[in-house]
Design a protein around this ligand. Structure first.
Ligand code: TRP
Ligand code: ZN
Length: 868
């Protein structure tokens, strides 16, 4: 037999939840010694390990150059271990092991931003989920918890040497080099290990916990960015207090450090006591960053801080449980943000993200349960489904329990599992035991893919004065997840008297009543009917208030009912939902826009003064991308754009002088609170773009004046956008001015790239100009996203010249930064819905990429995209 002629063995790289096995060895302690040199780094490690189950002693390691290995004091010969590109297996290891290894790694040329890497002049780590194996050989899995002692040594030109825990010692090695030794007293998994080596300035503050612990707070950033760290520092103190008050969780170390890094794949990372943040999620300043970015900084600061209890003190048994820590922590940061600004607007913004990202993901080739049961590359599962749908599951359970019982449930979880690595089942069991309410049915939500469809029918009986609601739920079949079951759906609802606009007090035996007026019905079967009595007039029902469950609601509203809800619903979220439902009908089902226009005319002028932030959201028209995601076949992006533009033009026209009068009457500087000023700024920018639609060229003078006169980034960008997107005579002048003002401010300059890349009439040349610009940088994810994200916001452009852009980028990043490459490729996930011939063209382009990609990240995504 000719062996050479055989095709290479294609091993299936899929990992299954059902194959989980306890680790054979636990690590009592690890001593790391990291010596950084310009062209290499030496890592010595000493692991003290004990056997706890049968099986071999396996250490994971990738891209490590093994220099020496020593077991219980004896040098190991190469026949005493097996080494391949992924792991090191010790043959016949005894039950108690002290293993010493020395490896060489290359952070200076690590472009993948995983493990230890150099970002500019700064050395930082990113170890979640599997980066630690790129630093040293280790059982790199979240259920192995250990005490870490870390010595970092580097040239004195890097004065800052940080690692997790307490600083034990610092000193000089010689004239040029120095070191620091840190010890983290709490046991933790390797993905929470971090170190930072560089030249950074620091903003310091202090916080005293409810237990009286005095905590040193430090935010590290480059000198010129320190003034932009105050908002984050305030948010951190606020988060610490919030977690004490709402979950009874005080902080547990004497210091808490945050480091801002300009090259980072995600938002931020919760490493124990040493968070590492993308600059975009920590730097906040009116002059340089937008209001939306400031809100995001506060929520990410809270998110990473909240991980200290939900993620770090209690961690995940395996990566299938990722949504245990992420879903819960997102729910916690959303609740925190609801307390910061208007709760209704925060909910609107969170649901908008859910519907525009998670719903489409869950309806397409990348659909998976919040807790998947198999994966090839875990980095591909940091998804909207794990994070956002995961948060919704926790929100449903919390709403159902109410404040007190939910707190009893979470108390029980912390009581039971502190210091452990646990599963989603453990969480739901603790929540049930603590609250006394059996929530085990909610596990179904974690285990199934797809957005449930909730069909509701209403019938009013005027004679009997009853109103009957019948419910039906269903899920689309999924090839990999058969046996789909009904899920528990909490439905918050209200009935309004159609004549008087008053809300009915609800009476129904089936109702789980939170307060007298607000009803909550828990729908757990495939079908059910409930009845309300004492309904004296035809009612209008408002369903899923606050979006009480992540489902697709189908209810036969008349357009007048929706207009009624826009005007009379007291729940701000459902008021917004009514505008969106009405607009979806106009844009996707060709309903007339009249009812919508009238409802806006009747409601908004009043609301603009009463609640500017909410008013700004009620002008929302669903994005082209969102509308596209609602179309499953023969999707024509141009058609959607035309229709959407037509509605916006009509709205601009029909509200006449309202836009200009309101624009001139609004003054954000008169507002006392940030969230009010933010609302006023959002409104002013809406008014400007509506004025531009009215075709009155004097708007460009207003916009240019706003651009020049403000010191606030939201106002400046809003004006710049109107000028650039409308090709105003002042557009180039303003763009050049912006560039000159902000060329040394990476986050602001990102916006300059985005505004041009997201120009509705951007062309392949626009994108080429931007990606060839001297300030474009393929080593900085934020800069890549500033162009690619801008382009992706326009489906017409994405699906024409954008296809090549995303495919070329994925091919390039496949080697350089596969985590990012895989994420950017997901922009093309709805290719199969396109109208021919576009559909086949994109399919061909994707197929042509297949033989070129090597990383598990990009190939898994590509294979899924093509498997539909
Ligand atoms: N755990 C981080 C969070 O707070 C997510 C994260 C940060 C991450 N950096 C990463 C995940 C890199 C994968 C790769 O949500
Ligand atoms: Zn997180």
């Amino acid at each position: 037999m000719n062996i050479a002629a055989q095709p290479p063995v294609q091993t299936d790289q899929t990992i299954y939840l059902k194959d989980y096995q306890k680790p054979s060895f636990l690590v009592d302690s690890i001593h790391l010694d990291i010596q950084v040199y310009e062209d290499h780094t030496i890592v010595d490690s000493t692991l003290v390990m004990k056997r706890q189950a049968s099986g071999s002693l396996t250490l994971l390691g990738r891209d490590l150059e093994l220099k020496s290995i020593n077991l219980n004091g004896q040098v190991l010969n190469s026949d005493q271990y097996e080494l391949d590109s992924e792991q090191l297996v010790i043959i016949d290891a005894p039950d108690e092991v002290i293993l010493q290894t020395q490896v060489i790694i290359h952070p200076e040329s690590n472009t993948q931003l995983e493990g230890l890497y150099k970002a500019g002049d700064l050395y930082v780590t990113q170890n979640e989920p599997e980066g630690f194996r790129k630093i040293t050989f280790y059982p790199d899995r979240p259920d192995v918890l250990s005490v870490f002692t870390t010595r970092v040594e580097a040239d004195k030109k890097y004065p800052v040497l940080l690692a997790n825990g307490n600083l034990l010692e610092t000193g000089e090695v010689d004239e040029n080099r120095h070191f620091a030794i840190w010890q983290d007293p709490t046991k933790k998994p390797s993905y929470l290990f971090a170190c930072v080596i560089g030249d950074l300035a620091v903003l310091k503050d202090r916080y005293t916990t409810s237990e009286g612990r005095d905590v040193a707070l430090e935010i590290y950033a480059v000198e010129k960015d320190i003034p932009k760290c105050h908002i984050a520092m305030e948010a951190l103190k606020h988060s610490m207090r919030w977690d004490e008050e709402h979950y009874g969780r005080p902080y547990d170390l004497d210091n808490y450090m945050i480091v801002a890094v300009s090259q980072f794949n995600m938002g931020a990372m919760e490493n124990k006591g040493l968070n590492i943040f993308n600059t975009s999620c920590v730097l906040a300043d009116e002059e340089y960053t937008t209001d939306a970015a400031i809100m995001r900084v506060q929520s990410v600061i809270a998110h990473e801080y909240f991980h200290n209890w939900t993620g770090n003190r209690i961690t995940c048994r395996d990566w299938f449980q990722l949504c245990l820590k992420e879903g819960l922590t997102v729910f916690r940061d959303q609740s925190f943000s609801e307390d910061l600004q208007s709760a209704a607007v925060q909910r609107i913004d969170d649901v908008a993200v859910l519907k525009s990202h998670q719903f489409p993901e869950d309806a397409g080739p990348l659909s998976h349960p919040p807790r998947p049961d198999h994966f090839v590359e875990i980095n591909n599962f940091y998804t909207a489904t794990v994070y956002e749908k995961g948060a919704e599951i926790n929100r449903m359970m919390a709403t159902l329990l109410g404040k007190d019982k939910y707190r009893q449930g979470t108390d029980e979880y912390f009581e039971r599992h502190d210091g452990q690595a646990v599963t989603v089942e453990d969480w739901v069991a603790a929540l049930s035991a603590g609250s006394g309410v059996d929530l085990s049915n909610f596990l179904t939500w974690y285990n199934q893919p797809g957005t449930p469809k909730l069909e509701v029918n209403g019938a009013y009986d005027a004679t009997a004065q009853t109103y009957r609601l019948s419910f039906k739920q269903s899920l689309k079949a999924h090839p990999k997840y058969p046996n789909l079951k009904a899920v528990p759906i909490p439905i918050a609802l209200a009935l309004f008297n159609a004549k008087s606009g008053e809300q009915y007090t609800l009476h129904s035996a089936d109702l789980f009543v939170n307060d007298v007026k607000d009803g909550m019905y828990l729908f757990e079967q495939d079908e059910a009917t409930i009845e309300f009595i004492g309904i004296t007039e035809q009612p209008v029902v408002s369903l899923l208030r606050n979006f009480s469950a992540p489902v697709n609601l189908v209810f036969d509203y008349s357009n007048d009912d929706l207009a009624f809800l826009i005007q009379h619903e007291t729940n701000g979220f459902n008021q917004w939902q009514a505008t969106q439902t009405l607009l979806e009908r106009i844009l996707l089902e060709d309903h007339k826009a009249d009812t919508y226009i009238d409802a806006i005319k009747n409601t908004l002028p009043d609301l603009v003064n009463k609640d500017p932030l909410l008013a700004s959201r009620l002008f929302d028209v669903p994005s082209e991308n969102y509308l596209g995601s609602r179309i499953d076949q023969d999707y024509e992006p141009e058609l959607i754009r035309e229709k959407r533009e037509a509605v916006l033009d009509r709205l601009a026209r029909e509200l006449g002088s309202f836009w200009k009068e309101t624009y001139l009457s609004l003054d954000p500087d008169m507002q006392k609170e940030f969230s009010l000023a933010m609302g006023v700024r959002a409104l002013k920018n809406i008014m400007l773009s509506m004025l531009a639609r009215q075709g009155d060229d004097s708007v460009f003078d207003l916009a240019y004046a706003q651009y020049q006169q403000t010191g606030n980034m939201s106002e400046r960008l809003g004006a710049l956008r109107v000028l650039v997107w409308n090709d105003a005579p002042q557009a180039q002048l303003a763009l050049d001015d912006f560039y000159n003002r902000f060329k040394d401010e990476a986050l602001s300059l990102d916006q300059w790239f985005t505004i041009q890349a997201s120009h509705p009439c951007a062309t392949a040349e626009t994108i080429e100009y931007l990606t060839k610009h001297a300030d474009y940088d393929l080593g900085t994810p934020n800069r890549i996203r500033s162009v690619s994200g801008g382009l992706a916001s326009n489906p017409v452009n994405t699906w024409s010249f954008g296809v090549d852009h995303f495919i070329e980028l994925a091919a390039y990043l496949d080697e350089k930064n596969p985590i990012l490459g895989s994420r950017l490729l997901q922009v093309l996930s709805r290719w199969y819905t396109l109208m021919e011939p576009q559909r086949s063209q994109v399919q061909q382009a994707l197929k042509a990429l297949q033989p070129k990609v090597k990383s598990k990240n990009v190939s898994e995504t590509l294979n899924s995209l093509l498997s539909i």
